[in-house]
Design a protein around this ligand. Structure first.
Ligand SMILES: O=C(O)CCC(=O)C(=O)O
Ligand SMILES: [Fe+2]
Length: 336
């Protein structure tokens, strides 16, 4: 069984993490030091490590949240009603509150990003607060709240993005496997419901199994399928993102999906002019893959423009701080 690498040394250079895990597309976990000074860890939890219901209700109770109440059926509730139900051990709060666009409503004051996570072309750009300007039509920043035994089925993340997931309270059990190995868990053209029932295949699929403790941050690389179980009542914060390390994988993903969409639409081609047909492909591609070729191009232009400006005029990458980071990274590589 594969062992997951834990980064316990807060002094580990970000460039080393970028090369060893970002560029190599390999998972790792940051130790709880990475979130030790996050206000969320103090304020959202009680001393015994449970969700701090009073604080959460007071600060965020009026927010509208969406819950999957039965298979693929979502309903909207007030967060305070969800919390009341949680306190009373009711049924509503047994539904996993996922993908809550908390940050779009309340901002990001409750946490801060490690440099490895802040090199982010999705959520750290000027467009991230303006859905209509964003190539992704919004941000990819979320809060999850799940009671013990709630879980997320085997999946890989949206648009071939990276994700990080920080446990504010509670523990999660993770199962992850390298890109392509999910095929081992295909039955009748579909991924199995729960890979724990197929643990005889774990070795073949190179499954990495580990527990994420409170405060730890898991890095999920592009295309790695994962299944996640809340071992306790848990709150987590996560982002999906892309940057120079995984953009080649994103481009490969979107080009492949474009070919699929074009093939799917081929029958209706004669109904459109060539330009309209291309537009149609882009529309379907965006609906299906949450990105399109034009949107990807606008993202890349934005990155090129915003990055080349300061670099042309400043000596950022020659300043003593960055030089130190770079030298440190290379000495890490040499030593092991
Ligand atoms: O915590 C969970 O239930 C799922 C997290 C996840 O899928 C992710 O961070 O990509
Ligand atoms: Fe995920």
């Amino acid at each position: 069984m594969w062992e997951l690498i834990r980064i316990d040394n807060p002094g580990t250079p970000w460039l080393r993490l970028f090369c060893q895990f970002g560029l190599a597309n390999q998972p790792f976990v940051f130790g709880s030091w990475a979130t030790a000074d996050w206000p969320a860890r103090r304020r959202w939890t009680t001393e015994d490590g449970k969700p701090n219901v009073q604080f959460l209700r007071r600060q965020y109770g009026g927010s509208q949240i969406s819950l999957e109440t039965s298979e693929c059926k979502y309903e909207t509730f007030r967060f305070s009603d969800f919390l009341d139900d949680y306190e009373n051990g009711g049924q509503l709060s047994k539904a996993y509150l996922k993908d809550w666009h908390f940050q779009a409503e309340f901002g990001t004051e409750m946490y801060s990003l490690h440099p490895f996570c802040s090199m982010d072309w999705v959520n750290c750009e000027s467009f991230s607060e303006q859905p209509e300007q964003s190539p992704f039509n919004g941000d990819y920043r979320f809060v999850y709240f799940g009671v013990e035994d709630t879980s997320t089925k085997l999946h890989s993340d949206v648009v071939a993005s990276f994700s990080w997931s920080a446990n504010i309270c509670g523990r999660k059990q993770w199962f992850m496997m390298p890109p392509g190995k999910e095929q081992v868990f295909m039955e009748n053209g579909q991924l199995v419901e729960d890979i724990r029932l197929h643990n005889d295949k774990f070795q073949q699929a190179e499954v990495v199994e580990f527990t994420q403790n409170p405060g730890e941050i898991v890095f999920v690389p592009t295309g790695w399928h994962h299944q996640v179980h809340n071992l306790d009542d848990s709150i987590s914060i996560n982002h999906n993102w892309m940057n120079a390390a995984n953009i080649p994988l994103v481009v490969e993903f979107i080009l492949k999906r474009r070919i699929d969409v074009q093939n799917e639409l081929e029958d209706s081609k004669s109904l459109f002019t060539p330009e309209e047909f291309q537009e149609q492909i882009e529309l379907v591609l965006f609906a299906d893959a949450r990105l399109s070729i034009a949107r990807l191009r606008s993202l890349l232009l934005h990155i090129q423009q915003t990055r080349s400006q300061p670099l042309a005029t400043s000596k950022c990458y020659f300043c003593p701080r960055h030089l130190h980071d770079i030298i440190q990274s290379f000495s890490f590589f040499k030593s092991g």
